[in-house]
Design a protein. Structure first.
Ligand SMILES: Cc1ncc(C[n+]2csc(CCOP(=O)(O)OP(=O)(O)O)c2C)c(N)n1
Length: 585
C-alpha cells in the first residue's frame, strides 16, 4: 500500500469512470504505469498514480515514456499502462508502439482526448487520435463519454479486462484506448455514489480471462519426433527473445535428448544462465562465416525457436537448410522465407513434448557431430578471449562485463554494432543474466529509456551497452532516468559516428565527405557533458580490464573511444583468426 495515498478518490463524474478503468487494469494484474504530464490526462495520470497496486513512473517526454513502458513490459512480461495528454503528445508514442508490435510486447496505451464536440473545430491541443497507431495497435477502442450510471461502470470495467487480455494474449502487443475527457479535469469534489462504480466485491477482475496454451497435438509431436530422430546432424537455433516464450531448461533438455548443438543468440536466454549449457554454441557467427566450416556442417534439419538471430552469415547458412520454425503466435517471423514448416504451438510445450517423445523412442545420435561443434566453439572462444584481453576494441568493450556479471543482472544492448558484437563474441556464461534488446524494428531510438524501463521492472544492477549515436539519440531517456532517480551503468563506445556503416558497401562506393556528413554522422557531442546531464560520473576506459574497473566503482557513463576504420580491420582479423583456429582442429 502506498503510504498516504487516497486509493479511491471517486471525487467527481470525470474521475469516477477513469478510476474504475484503472482499478480494473490493476485487478487484471497490472503492476506498472508510465505517465506523462498534461491537463487533459490529469484524471488518468492521477488515478494511475494513486492506485495502491500500481507503481507509476512519471516521464516528461512522451517518446522516452513510450520506451520506458516498453522496457518495463519486456522485462516483466506483463502489460504496462502508458498515458499522455491529447495532441502531438500521443503521436510521440508511435516509435515505441511500433517496436512493441514488432517485438510482441504488451502495452495498454491510454491517450486522453478532447470530447467529440471539440474535435476538428480548431480547439487547442486536438488532433485526430482515432486509430493513431494504425496497424501497430492490436486493438483500438474509442472509449467515448457515457452517462454516470452502473451500466457505464460495468462497460468500462469489462473494457479494461478486454484491453489487458488483448495486450497480453494471443500474439502479445500494444492496444490503444482513446479516452475523451470532459471538465472537471481537476479532482474537485462532487457527490459520487461509490456503489455505482465499484468492481466485484472480492477484488476479482470483472471478467477473468484464461487462454489455453497451444500444446501441440500427439500427431504433430510424433511427426516432429520422426523428423528429428532421422536427422542426427541437426541443430537448434535459439533466436532473439526466446527467453520470453520458453525457459532455457526446456530447450536444453531437448538439445540433450536429440544430441544437437544449440546456436544461442544473446537474448535467447540460452547463452547465459545456470541451465545445462553443454550443447550451447555461442560463436556460431564466426563459425558459419568460414565457408569450409559452413559447408562441412550443413545440417540435416534446423529447428528454429524464437526470432531469427541478426547474424547475416547465419541467416544465409540457414536459408540453405531444411528448417522447422516453432512460431507460438503465428507471427510469420520467417525472414529466410524458405522454411519447410511452421509449427504454430507453444515453444515450451513443444520442446517438452518433443523431448519426451524422443526419450521414449530413442534416437541415433551422432556424437561426432556435437563434439565437432563444441570443439569449434571452444576454439573460437579461446581465440576471442586471447585477442580481446589487454587491448582497446569494440568487441572487447561490449563483452568486457561478461566475467563480472552476476545472477539477477540485466543487460540492455543497443542496436547497431553492440548487439552484433555481443552475438559474435559474447561467450556462454553461467550467470543468470537477462539480456534484452529492441530487435523488433532494430531502431537506435529509445535505447536509454528502454533500459530504464527494464531497470525499474527488475531492480538490481542494469547495464546499458551502446554506441554514442544511440546514446545521443535518446538524451530524453537519459534525462528521464536522472529524474526517476535511477543510476544506470552505461558502457558507451564512442567511434565518432555510426561504426556499422564501415562494414557496408555504402562505405566503399559513396563520396567520402557526403558519407561522413550524411550517413556516418559524427555527433560532435562531449560525453562528459552528457554524463553530467544524467548526474553520472564520466569515466574514460579502453581495455576490458579498465572497463570492468570503471564499472566496479559504481554507476557511471564509461566512455570507450575507438577508431571506426581500425574497428572494421579488427573484426576482419578476428574472424580470420577464428576461421584459422577452427580449420586447424
Ligand atoms: C531510429 C533509427 N534511426 C536510424 C537508424 C539507422 N542506423 C542504424 S545503425 C546507426 C548508427 C548507430 O551508431 P552508434 O549508435 O554510434 O553505433 P555504432 O554503429 O557505432 O556501433 C543508424 C543511424 C536506426 N536503426 N534507427
Amino acid at each position: 500500500m502506498k503510504p498516504g495515498m487516497n486509493t479511491s478518490m471517486a471525487t467527481n463524474r470525470t474521475y469516477a469512470p477513469v478510476e474504475a478503468l484503472v482499478d480494473e487494469l490493476a485487478r487484471c494484474g497490472m503492476t506498472h504505469a508510465v505517465t506523462c504530464p498534461g491537463s487533459r490526462d490529469a484524471p488518468l495520470v492521477l488515478a494511475l498514480a494513486a492506485h495502491e497496486r500500481i507503481e507509476a513512473v512519471s516521464v516528461i517526454d512522451e517518446r522516452a515514456a513510450g520506451f520506458v513502458a516498453l522496457g518495463l513490459a519486456k522485462a516483466s512480461g506483463r502489460p504496462v499502462a502508458l498515458t499522455c495528454t491529447s495532441g502531438t503528445a500521443a503521436a510521440n508514442f508511435l516509435p515505441a508502439v511500433a517496436e512493441a508490435w514488432e517485438a510482441r510486447v504488451p502495452l495498454v496505451v491510454l491517450t486522453a482526448d478532447r470530447p467529440p464536440e471539440l474535435r476538428g473545430v480548431g480547439a487547442g491541443q486536438a488532433i485526430d487520435q482515432l486509430k493513431l497507431f494504425g496497424t501497430f495497435a492490436k486493438w483500438f477502442c474509442e472509449v467515448g463519454n457515457h452517462e454516470p450510471t452502473r451500466d457505464t461502470a460495468i462497460h468500462l470495467r469489462q473494457l479494461a479486462c478486454r484491453a489487458y487480455a488483448t495486450a497480453a494474449g494471443g500474439r502479445p502487443g500494444p492496444v490503444h484506448l482513446n479516452v475523451p475527457l470532459r471538465e472537471p479535469l481537476a479532482p474537485v469534489r462532487e457527490e459520487v455514489d461509490p456503489a455505482v462504480w465499484a468492481g466485484r466485491p472480492d477484488g476479482r477482475p470483472w471478467t477473468a480471462v484464461s487462454e489455453a496454451r497451444r500444446v501441440p497435438d500427439e500427431a504433430t509431436v510424433a511427426r516432429l519426433a520422426e523428423l528429428v530422430a532421422a536427422a542426427p546432424r541437426g541443430v537448434i537455433v535459439a533466436g532473439a527473445d526466446l527467453a520470453r516464450w520458453a525457459p532455457a531448461a526446456a530447450v536444453a533438455r531437448l538439445a540433450a535428448t536429440a544430441g544437437w548443438p544449440v546456436l544461442a543468440e544473446p537474448t535467447s536466454g540460452l547463452r547465459c544462465g545456470p541451465h545445462d549449457r553443454s550443447h550451447v554454441v555461442a560463436h556460431y557467427d564466426g563459425l558459419v562465416r568460414d565457408e569450409a566450416f559452413a559447408a562441412d556442417h550443413g545440417p540435416e534439419l534446423v529447428l528454429r525457436l524464437g526470432d531469427a538471430p541478426t547474424s547475416k552469415p547465419l541467416r544465409a547458412w540457414l536459408a540453405r537448410a531444411r528448417q522447422v520454425v516453432v512460431d507460438p503466435h503465428a507471427s510469420w517471423h520467417e525472414p529466410t522465407r524458405v522454411a519447410d514448416e511452421l509449427v504454430v504451438a507453444d515453444a515450451e510445450a513443444t520442446c517438452a513434448a518433443l523431448a519426451a517423445a524422443l526419450e521414449a523412442r530413442g534416437t541415433d545420435r551422432d556424437e561426432g557431430w556435437l563434439a565437432s561443434w563444441r570443439a569449434a566453439d571452444d576454439a573460437a572462444a579461446a581465440v576471442v578471449a586471447e585477442a580481446l584481453a589487454g587491448r582497446a576494441s569494440e568487441p572487447g568493450a561490449y563483452t568486457a562485463l561478461a566475467p563480472a556479471l552476476r545472477d539477477g543482472d540485466t543487460v540492455w544492448v543497443a542496436s547497431s554494432m553492440p548487439i552484433r558484437d555481443l552475438e559474435s563474441y559474447l561467450p556462454a556464461l553461467g550467470a543468470d543474466v537477462l539480456v534484452l534488446a529492441n530487435r523488433g524494428a532494430n531502431g537506435i531510438d529509445g535505447t536509454v529509456a528502454s533500459a530504464l524501463g527494464a531497470a525499474l521492472a527488475r531492480g538490481g544492477r542494469t547495464y546499458l551497452l551502446c554506441g554514442e549515436l544511440a546514446l545521443v539519440h535518446d538524451l530524453g531517456g537519459l534525462a528521464a532516468a536522472a529524474r526517476a532517480g535511477l543510476e544506470l551503468t552505461i558502457v558507451c563506445v564512442n567511434n565518432d559516428g555510426g561504426g556499422i556503416f564501415g562494414f557496408l558497401p555504402v562505405a566503399e562506393h559513396a563520396d567520402p565527405d557526403r558519407l561522413r556528413e550524411h550517413i556516418v554522422t559524427p555527433a560532435g557531442v562531449d560525453l562528459e557533458r552528457v554524463a553530467a546531464l544524467a548526474g553520472l560520473p564520466h569515466r574514460p576506459a579502453s581495455t576490458p580490464e579498465e572497463i570492468r574497473a570503471a564499472v566496479a566503482a559504481g554507476p557511471a557513463l564509461v566512455e570507450v573511444r575507438t577508431d571506426r576504420d581500425a574497428n572494421v580491420a579488427f573484426h576482419r582479423e578476428l574472424n580470420a583468426r577464428i576461421a584459422a583456429a577452427v580449420r586447424g582442429l
